[in-house]
Ligand binder design. Structure first.
Ligand SMILES: Cc1ncc(COP(=O)(O)O)c(C=O)c1O
Length: 635
């Protein structure tokens, strides 16, 4: 076996750059998760997964590391506290967790619990989210900010909740919402707490840039803000407006875009104050990005700034503008979702199979007697025998042309099945040889890197991309993916990852590599009788809730884990993934009805002697068990 170190594995997967010191490789070559960055304590993922399987919790398993979640909340707040101190900022910072990022009750409850000492609040964007937040906020003083389109029912619900003591701010996104608020204020006499969302002309970057700018879907234009102020003054509601909101998009990759938005937002704040609006808060929305590929660049899966730089800019820019205008500095709110929850979730699953080429017949002996082969196949044999590093490029192009020729000749009836199989075999052999030669050329010229792709094998993983990492499919988002074991061995297979949906789109062909995005994932050869697990990292934000039921693959099993000094880890919560019965129910099938229908058919089958009574009851039992089983694949 070629010598290989765990450091080399860390490099190949760029682990140290995206891992935020929360993930490492131990001496055994296994991935470890640390409760906090660089902590000497860790949980070995392979051991954890083995233990979970012993508890009959099957892969795919979504692992939620609660210490990491707690740590992210603490570190964002600490960074802001430091920036406030460094800039002598005279007001406070608060995070409002946007629950759209993951609304799972257990997750939001944990966030509320960990964030209590930082007075964390919740941001909602719809009526269902509002209802969830009200239920979570009951009796604990958790404040709520309401964004998104609002109808009468939405606003009325907020008003009555406000009346009984909930701290809820309604952010006016549209003028028609303000009309409804005024009308309901008149009807109920309940005074609302209001915010105004402004459409900044500053835009973000990357995939969500259209959330900002003048064409943005949400927010009031400056002219509409003037109208809103007049309307609010007319109806004696101007003193209810406490918050100015803006959001230029999620995952803003460039710090200068954030700075521009801050300056514009702060300028609007001071001007509104001068017009007599009694604002107290600037809410800068979301946008604090995550460095998914570890490149620290403005590429859309990365960010060219740190959380420290972000916090410093927020505090500095707002203070600067307020000081210049002689206006008191506001309390600052950020609705940082992605940056809070991306890191704490890891999906682990098993590789079911690969499409390796070693199941091909062995044509080696034919190489010595080529006279009976077709001229096309013979030319491929010649290339296979003679190829060296000097003829690489030419031989590669000839090989591509000859394999195409072989297919055309076969279709026209000039090549038999055996010769076509031989051509296929030679093609894979030649590509392998080219790859071995390319590996020795350092650095590999860019045009030769594509050779590698011809070697790519598909590893079939037990998961649904559409359910577990939908953004990889929908917007080409990169997530770090890597094996969780054997990292002391060279990963010498070039692979793509296919899921188990019947969809050719259910394949990942873009990965985080040493030098940025790569089109293949280095993996190890699968050993017989040994499970091979891969982990999908930084998937805590948006993925779970955006996931869909393609092919009726449902929610995965999810497990909440905390680090424990005595026992290494403690399982806090197990949330069972969907059973087949549940995903069928989403599409209006009823498990009992299915069983009844099949039972009726079986009785007919028994009566007509198509099936024995024993077989019939075996089938019914099997169907019953299947309906109650996990939607993913077992043994
Ligand atoms: C209004 C609002 N606030 C906050 C967020 C969360 O953004 P992020 O996850 O980038 O922090 C979003 C998401 O796009 C949003 O629309």
């Amino acid at each position: 076996m070629e010598r290989w170190s765990t450091n080399e594995s860390a490099k190949v997967y760029n682990l140290n750059n995206w891992g935020s010191d929360l993930f490492s490789i131990n001496k055994k070559g296994n991935i470890c998760v640390h409760p906090s960055p660089n902590s000497k304590y860790s949980i070995e993922l392979t051991t954890l997964v083995d233990d979970l399987i012993k508890r009959k919790i099957k892969p795919p398993i979504l692992l939620r590391f609660m210490n990491i979640l707690e740590g992210r909340i603490a570190s964002i707040n600490k960074v802001f506290k430091n920036a406030i101190q460094a800039n002598n900022y005279p007001a406070n910072y608060q995070t409002f967790y946007p629950i759209k990022v993951n609304q799972q009750r257990q997750v939001v409850e944990a966030i509320a619990h960990f964030g209590k000492k930082y007075k964390i609040g919740l941001e909602v964007g719809s009526k269902p989210e509002l209802v969830a937040a009200i239920s979570l906020a009951s009796g604990n003083g958790l404040a709520i900010i309401c964004n998104g389109y609002k109808d009468t029912e939405y606003i009325e619900t907020v008003l009555y909740a406000t009346k009984i003591g909930y701290d809820i701010t309604i952010v006016i996104e549209k003028l028609f919402e303000l009309e409804k608020i005024i009308e309901l204020y008149g009807k109920t006499g309940i005074t609302p707490k209001l915010g105004i969302r402004v459409k900044l002309s500053s835009k973000g970057t990357g995939k969500w840039a259209t959330s900002g700018g003048e064409d943005a879907k949400f927010g009031l234009r400056i002219s509409e803000i003037i109208t809103a102020i007049d309307m609010l003054k007319k109806h004696d509601l101007i003193d209810c407006v406490k918050l100015l909101h803006s959001h230029i998009g999620s995952q803003v990759t460039k710090i200068d875009k954030i700075k521009n938005a801050l300056i514009e937002g702060a300028r609007i704040y001071v001007e509104m104050k001068k017009l007599g609006v009694n604002l107290e808060y600037i809410d800068i929305g979301g946008g604090l990005g995550v460095d998914y590929d570890g490149s620290k660049s403005s590429y859309f899966s990365s960010v060219n700034y740190s959380v420290e730089e972000y916090a410093n800019d927020v505090i500095y820019q707002i203070k600067n503008i307020c000081d210049e205008a002689g206006v008191a500095c506001p309390n600052i709110i950020s609705e940082s979702g992605r940056a809070t929850v991306a890191h704490y979730s890891v999906l682990v699953t098993n590789i079911l199979n690969t499409n390796t080429q070693n199941q091909m017949p062995d044509f080696e002996s034919i190489l010595t007697q080529t006279d009976k082969l077709s001229p096309t196949v013979r030319k491929l044999v010649d290339i296979y025998k003679s190829i060296d590093r000097h003829s690489l490029r030419e031989d590669y192009h000839d090989t591509l042309q000859l394999i195409q020729e072989a297919v055309s000749l076969f279709n026209l009836g000039y090549l038999n099945l055996n010769d076509r199989a031989m051509a296929e075999w030679l093609y894979s052999k030649i590509i392998k040889k080219i790859n071995n030669l390319v590996e020795k050329i350092k650095p590999v010229p860019e045009e030769l890197q594509n050779f590698k792709l011809s070697m790519r094998q598909t590893y079939f993983a037990n998961f649904s991309l559409f359910q577990s990492i939908p953004d990889s499919w929908a917007i080409d988002q990169l997530f770090p993916i890597m094996p969780i074991q054997r990292l002391g061995e060279k990963p010498d297979v070039i692979a793509s990852i296919a899921d188990i949906t019947c969809d050719s789109d259910g394949e990942i062909t873009s990965f985080v590599g040493e030098n940025g995005r790569t089109k293949f994932l280095p993996l190890h050869k699968i050993r017989k009788d040994e499970e091979y697990y891969i982990g999908f990292f930084l998937i805590g934000a948006y993925q779970e809730i955006l996931g869909d039921l393609h092919n009726l693959f449902g929610d995965t099993n999810a497990v909440h884990i905390t680090f424990n000094k005595k026992t290494n880890y403690k399982i806090d919560t197990v949330i069972s993934g969907d059973a087949i019965m549940q995903t069928l129910k989403y599409v209006q099938y009823d498990g009992n009805e299915i069983l009844k229908n099949v039972r009726d058919n079986l009785e007919n089958g028994v009566a007509s002697k198509k099936i024995s009574i024993e077989e019939s009851s075996h089938f019914l039992e099997l169907l019953d068990k299947t309906i109650q089983a996990y939607t993913y694949l077992g043994e």
